[in-house]
Design a protein around this ligand. Structure first.
Ligand SMILES: NC(=O)c1ccc[n+]([C@@H]2O[C@H](COP(=O)([O-])OP(=O)(O)OC[C@H]3O[C@@H](n4cnc5c(N)ncnc54)[C@H](O)[C@@H]3O)[C@@H](O)[C@H]2O)c1
Length: 383
């Protein structure tokens, strides 16, 4: 067995996503399993190079995991020959500049979404990466959620017949930060710092809709800032200038209608933090993060509208739970594995910068729809 070490610059490693999902649950988890087997006797061994702004916090992360390679100097990390991949989990606003530096340094690049803050900037990154001949990837973790994998299984198996519509609910109550600390960083609620739920969630909805159902051809969006004032990490009140809820209607190629609500100002009365309800001519399904329940045409009950009588049927009990039938690994790790294989062996990887740019485009057009109060068509983005 040969070990193939690969230096990975992890920028933004002190953040929520950078630390938990990418460093601990993906790269270190890969080391714990002995590396990533390629099937030819080689194992890819990730060597994280931690990059951040705050020396104390970086050192603390490194020491907690027995790592020694860290720096606050991104340029110096990018100048190293053993660093083959640049990964970015910084706040969105810092991403474009750092990715440009990484492209100039000739690194392969993997990044959190959104790829950039505007379509124009995202497209420029696509072109620059193409010109540099590097390999690129953008995180599309929702595709690897067990619930959505089961949904995909249903679609591939023809369960739905003709798919008619998708209704999605995503969200939970994010505390304002006064009497209980907020559970998301405050930059999410400031437009001037790259926050907002449309920019955060529409990139996810774009790839979920396109990969499972069909490409989005038009978007109609109402965005709201329901909670206008919040309190930041230092206990200072600040005006919330970014949208904290988005009510979107997405018209898909072939006529499927998807209505997806995203909100940080709603209290959960669902089984999971995100749920997609899909109706088809032959059957329906409700998929969440982990679970997926189905109801086939043959067993669909026939409710009759009568508000004078209390409900006599237990509607939820009329659905069947789908079995796992496989073991589901952490979605971030599964995508990391695919990207590492892509970099080392050239195996196909479709979630590249262009795919990421499509997500940014949908968010931008969603915001335009909200601002102008109208339906906006989504032009095809291709090379
Ligand atoms: N894939 C997903 O499901 C998912 C979920 C949440 C966030 N994200 C994305 O991940 C990225 C990071 O989000 P997060 O929730 O981890 O944020 P976070 O605030 O917890 O972490 C941000 C990181 O960026 C660093 N940073 C660099 N420059 C900064 C600056 N000028 N101001 C503030 N921080 C700076 C911070 O030190 C920290 O390491 C965002 O782009 C976000 O869109 C993705």
């Amino acid at each position: 067995m040969t070990r193939r070490s690969i230096g990975i610059i992890v920028n933004g490693v002190t953040g929520r996503m950078g630390y938990r999902q990418h460093l601990v649950r993906s790269l270190l988890a890969l080391r714990e399993q002995g590396g990533l087997e390629l099937g030819d006797g080689t194992r890819i061994w990730p060597e994280p190079i931690l990059v951040g702004r705050d020396e104390t916090r970086l050192r603390a992360v490194a020491e907690r995991h027995g790592l020694t390679d860290w720096t606050t100097d991104l340029a110096a990390a990018l100048a190293r020959d053993d660093a083959e991949i640049y990964f970015d989990a910084q706040v969105t606003q810092q991403r474009e500049k750092a990715i440009r530096q990484a492209i100039d340094a000739g690194k392969h690049i993997y990044t959190e979404k959104p790829l950039a803050e505007s379509s124009a900037a995202a497209w420029e990154l696509v072109r620059a990466a193409d010109a540099a001949g590097i390999r690129t990837g953008v995180v599309q973790d929702k595709l690897f959620l067990p619930g959505l994998r089961k949904l995909k299984r249903l679609i591939d198996g023809g369960f739905f017949g003709r798919i008619l519509s998708v209704r999605g609910e995503f969200g939970y109550w994010v505390f304002e930060g006064d009497w209980q600390p907020a559970q998301r960083p405050s930059w999410n609620y400031r437009a001037e710092d790259g926050g907002g739920i449309v920019m955060d969630m529409f990139p996810h909805w774009q790839y979920v809709l396109e990969e499972l159902f069909a490409p989005v051809r038009a978007v109609t969006c109402v965005a709201a800032t329901h909670v206008p004032q919040r309190v930041d990490e230092a206990g200072r009140p600040y005006p919330a200038t970014a949208d904290d809820a988005a009510y979107g209607i997405f018209e898909l190629d072939g006529g499927i209608v998807a209505a997806l609500n995203s909100s940080w100002a709603t209290r959960v009365h669902r089984d999971e933090l995100v749920e997609f309800h899909v109706d088809g001519t032959e059957g329906s399904a409700v998929a969440g993060l982990r679970r997926c329940r189905v109801q086939h045409r043959a067993v669909t009950p026939k409710p009759v509208w009568n508000p004078d009588l209390p409900a006599t049927e237990d509607f939820r009990a009329q659905w069947t739970e789908m079995p796992d039938n496989e073991e589901f690994d952490n979605g971030f790790k599964v995508q990391w594995e695919a990207f590492l294989r892509h970099v080392v062996t050239g195996s196909p990887f479709t979630w590249d910068f262009l795919a990421g740019a499509r997500g940014v485009q949908l968010a931008e057009l969603g915001l335009r729809s909200a601002r102008e109060g109208r339906r906006v068509e989504v032009p095809e983005l291709s090379r």
